[in-house]
Design a protein around this ligand. Structure first.
Ligand SMILES: Nc1nc2c(ncn2[C@@H]2O[C@H](COP(=O)(O)OP(=O)(O)OP(=O)(O)O)[C@@H](O)[C@H]2O)c(=O)[nH]1
Ligand SMILES: [Mg+2]
Length: 305
């Protein structure tokens, strides 16, 4: 039998559940998830096998009206992910959009519909978080969005509970092309270990501090040292933008950073299957979000203005 392969991009407003969906479809964690909007900053690929077909799912940053430099780079990355893909899935937080029809998520969803039309791309619409809403509200939303003409098919899913994912994956499978696989069948992700390690720490920061710490923090893996006993020593720097944010990350007597470090270390040990010694440092760098190197490190284009 001949092999098939291709890319399926998952796009949507911030917090729609894109990373949760990609992790669920891939069957292992390739992208970080948090209740905070704008968690994902770059396109992350996760590989799933359906028989002889390899689907490379692309998790993308949320699409919204960008103002700051980093926001612009994130939104540009998301659209380019969609442009390069064989299949596009537009994921919508159906619970949020029905509860707040005039809110941010609804507005961002409408602008994505326009973007799809302009690009002339027929996508699949996936209404997500159906576990968190009344089902009678689902149909009017599905009809309204479907009437835009931007979609080939509509799916109703819960990325969190795993409902409806098989049918959605089957639609994506149908869009793949004949050809050799892009990745070995046992490879789930292609994110470099140093970057993945930094992402895991950023996830713990977001989970622990999502109310206190505004969105602008970044994590960089500075050192990765293989030890003779098979363990690895990882040094990471957490960048914040204001002096006042440093004590928030450190916590009383360093309690917060210690907890973040422990959570991250435990998960890294699980992911890498080896002992990890994780050392975290906090630095204030007001302009990290304007530094070219930061964009290059995480694979984003640097917007000039
Ligand atoms: N109830 C419910 N919650 C969900 C579902 N899918 C995702 N979530 C939650 O929604 C929040 C956002 O999930 P993410 O996967 O980080 O969303 P995202 O679209 O990747 O967000 P950004 O990267 O910020 O654009 C998390 O708290 C998830 O647990 C779902 O099917 N049902
Ligand atoms: Mg995400």
């Amino acid at each position: 039998m001949s092999t098939r392969c291709g890319f399926a991009a998952i796009i949507g407003a911030p917090n729609a559940g894109k990373s949760t969906l990609v992790n669920a479809l891939v069957g292992t964690k390739v992208a970080i998830v948090s209740p905070k909007v704008q968690t994902t900053r770059m396109n992350v690929r996760g590989v799933a096998m359906c028989g002889e077909t390899q689907i490379v799912f692309v998790d993308t940053p949320g699409i919204f009206k960008p103002r700051r430099r980093l926001d612009k780079a994130m939104v540009a990355a998301a659209w380019s992910g969609a442009g390069d893909a064989d299949a596009v899935v537009h994921l919508v937080d159906a619970a949020e959009v029905t509860e707040h029809p005039n809110g941010h998520a609804a507005a961002d969803t409408a602008s994505i519909v326009e973007g799809l039309k302009v690009a002339g791309r027929k996508a699949a619409l996936a209404l997500n978080k159906i576990d968190a809403m009344k089902h009678e509200e689902l149909l009017p939303l599905a009809q309204k969005l479907d009437a835009t003409g931007a979609y080939e098919q509509v799916f109703m899913i819960s990325a969190l509970k795993g409902d409806g994912l098989d049918v959605l994956a089957a639609w994506c499978e149908g869009k793949m092309r004949d050809g050799p696989w892009l990745y070995p069948a046992d490879q789930a992700a292609d994110i470099p270990s140093r970057l993945l390690a930094a992402e895991i720490t950023r996830e713990k920061i977001y989970l622990r501090l999502h109310d206190e710490l505004p969105y602008a923090s970044a994590v960089e893996t500075e050192k990765w040292e293989e030890r003779k006993d098979g363990s690895v020593k990882i040094d990471q720097t957490i960048y914040v933008q204001r002096d006042s944010q440093k004590p928030i990350v450190l916590g009383k007597k360093g309690a917060t950073i210690k907890m973040i470090g422990e959570l991250a270390r435990k998960e890294l040990e699980q992911i890498f299957g080896r002992r990890v010694h994780l050392f975290l440092f906090v630095k204030v760098r007001e302009d990290w979000a304007d530094k070219r190197e930061h964009y290059r490190d995480i694979g984003l284009e640097y917007p000039e203005e």
